[in-house]
Each structure stands twice: as structure tokens, then as C-alpha cells.
Design a protein around this ligand. Structure first.
Ligand code: ADP
Ligand code: MG
Length: 266
């Protein structure tokens, strides 16, 4: 309960965020008045048709893009640039090809001047083990499969101990089997650490199996169409997808997203 800790301020407050891009063919309104509170320990999944502004919103929370209007507060502090309190994982692995798995995971940790090299190595190893890559500590990204590279990216995001994880379709480029495996691993980690997650996906099943709340965005200009509470208790596994309630939620959310998709086609 939030009341027990006395901390009633939402972890993330998105207040009237708008984003207008100046494109070659004029202005593109990517986001139009986004308001959303994200509470500590929530797992938010964002779904919506391609181009509705999901990545734009994530990049604004990460501090990589600036909102045209409105603001984002994390722990009550206005976001003005990136910060180690926010770990980001993208669909494209974004690993440094010239660094080993260990050095990639240690990358953000190296900014922590309060830690000795040995401490940094121990932390890196903890998260490399968490994602099951202890046999590949000294391997380079080119020696790894897509799923393994994405595991490294997740370990790297966790290693700096951010209080908020931002993930933009992190499993989008993986085959179905690897994707379900990584979903299960992420669920297990989240159930242990309960780090607040903001996770974008175009896969409705993935959204429901992971999320405590699914945010459905409308076709461009992106707005929040509906927030659906996923009232299926954790721990969740791939078997959760067999539950009648899962199917119900899936049909409901899928229909909403499909209607927005049809809007895009008009
Ligand atoms: P999503 O992640 O939901 O697919 P994006 O946030 O990537 O959507 O993009 C939202 C809209 O903003 C799209 O129409 C896209 O073309 C446009 N857009 C994104 N980035 C830029 C940019 N740097 N310059 C101009 N338009 C952009
Ligand atoms: Mg995107």
C-alpha cells in the first residue's frame, strides 16, 4: 500500500505532454495531451497502432527527446535529460560491438566512481547470471544470437539499478520461442525486484501476460484511449495465456487496438 510508506506521489507523472515534429512535409503532431500517472512497482504496457507516438512518449520520459508542451516528473523531479534513475532497452540491441558482454554490462556502472572495479565486476556478474549468460562473459556481441544480445541489453539496464525501466519493443525483433522465453525471464525478475516498468509492445498477448495495466493509445495524434487493469494475479507464466480471463482481456484489447489501426488506414 502506498499509504504504508507515506509516499503518495506517483513514481512518474506525465502532465499534458505534447510533441510536434517539424518534418520535411510540415508539422507532425505525434502526441496530443498525454496525462498519465505511473505508480511505484507498476508494470505498464503500452499498445497502439504503429506511428501513434509510443516511442516518442518513451523517449520523452527517458529524457532523450524534449516535449513541445507539458512535462514529465520522475519522483517529483522534472525530467530534463537522461539520468541513471532510468534504464532504457531498445528493440535494436544497441550494444557496443567492440566490448565484451561483461564490458557492455559494466558500461553504465563505470560512471559510479563510488564503486571499486571489483564491486562493479561483481554487480555486472550478478546480472549476467540473472539473464543466464555466465558462459558468455568474454564473448563479443557478434558471437551472440539476437535473444542473447537482448539479454545483455536487459542486464546492462538492470546493472545500474535504475528505479524505472523503459523498454521499447525489446522483444519485437525476436522469434516467437525466444520472445516467450524472455517474457518469462523478465516476469521472474520483475516479480523479484518489482521495479517500475514502462514497456512498449505491439503484441497484445505479451502486454497482458506482463502488465499490471495496459495503456491503449489512439491513432496519431497519440492520445490515451483507455487504461485496462489486468486483474490476473502474479506470479504469471506462459500458462496464464490459457486462462479464460486472459482470452477475454485479449479480445477486448485487441478489438480496441484494431479499431485504431483501421483509423490509420482511412
Ligand atoms: P510509434 O513508436 O508508436 O510507432 P513514434 O513515436 O515512433 O510512433 O512516431 C510517432 C509519429 O511521429 C510518427 O508519425 C512518426 O513518423 C513521427 N516521428 C517520429 N520521430 C520523428 C522525427 N524525428 N521527425 C519527424 N517525425 C517523427
Ligand atoms: Mg516505436
Amino acid at each position: 500500500m502506498a499509504g504504508e510508506t507515506g509516499n503518495l506521489t506517483p513514481k512518474v507523472q506525465i502532465k499534458g505532454v505534447e510533441k510536434v515534429y517539424e518534418g520535411r512535409n510540415g508539422k507532425v503532431v505525434a502526441l496530443n495531451g498525454i496525462n498519465l500517472d505511473i505508480h511505484d512497482n507498476e508494470f505498464i504496457c503500452v499498445v497502439g497502432p504503429s506511428g501513434c507516438g509510443k516511442s516518442t512518449l518513451l523517449n520523452i520520459i527517458a529524457g532523450l527527446h524534449e516535449a513541445t508542451a507539458g512535462e514529465v516528473l520522475v519522483d517529483g523531479v522534472k525530467v530534463e535529460g537522461t539520468g541513471v534513475d532510468r534504464g532504457v532497452v531498445f528493440q535494436q540491441y544497441a550494444l557496443f560491438p567492440w566490448l565484451t558482454v561483461e564490458k557492455n554490462v559494466m558500461f553504465g556502472l563505470n560512471l559510479r566512481k563510488d564503486l571499486t572495479k571489483q564491486q562493479r565486476e561483481e554487480i555486472a556478474m550478478k546480472y549476467i547470471k540473472m539473464v543466464g549468460l555466465e558462459k558468455f562473459v568474454h564473448a563479443y556481441p557478434k558471437e551472440l544470437s539476437g535473444g542473447m544480445k537482448q539479454r545483455v541489453a536487459i542486464a546492462r539496464a538492470y546493472a545500474v539499478n535504475p528505479s524505472l525501466l523503459l523498454m521499447d519493443e525489446p522483444f519485437g525483433a525476436l522469434d516467437a520461442q525466444t520472445r516467450t522465453q524472455l517474457q518469462s525471464e523478465l516476469l521472474k525478475t520483475w516479480e523479484e525486484e518489482r521495479k517500475t516498468c514502462f514497456f512498449i509492445t505491439h503484441d497484445v498477448e505479451e502486454a497482458i501476460v506482463l502488465a499490471s495495466k495496459v495503456v491503449i493509445m489512439s491513432a496519431r495524434p497519440g492520445r490515451i484511449k483507455e487504461i485496462v487493469d489486468i486483474d490476473i494475479p502474479y506470479p504469471r507464466t506462459q500458462e496464464t495465456k490459457m486462462l479464460p480471463r486472459f482470452t477475454e482481456l485479449k479480445n477486448y484489447i485487441w478489438n480496441m487496438v484494431y479499431r485504431e489501426y483501421l483509423e490509420v488506414q482511412k
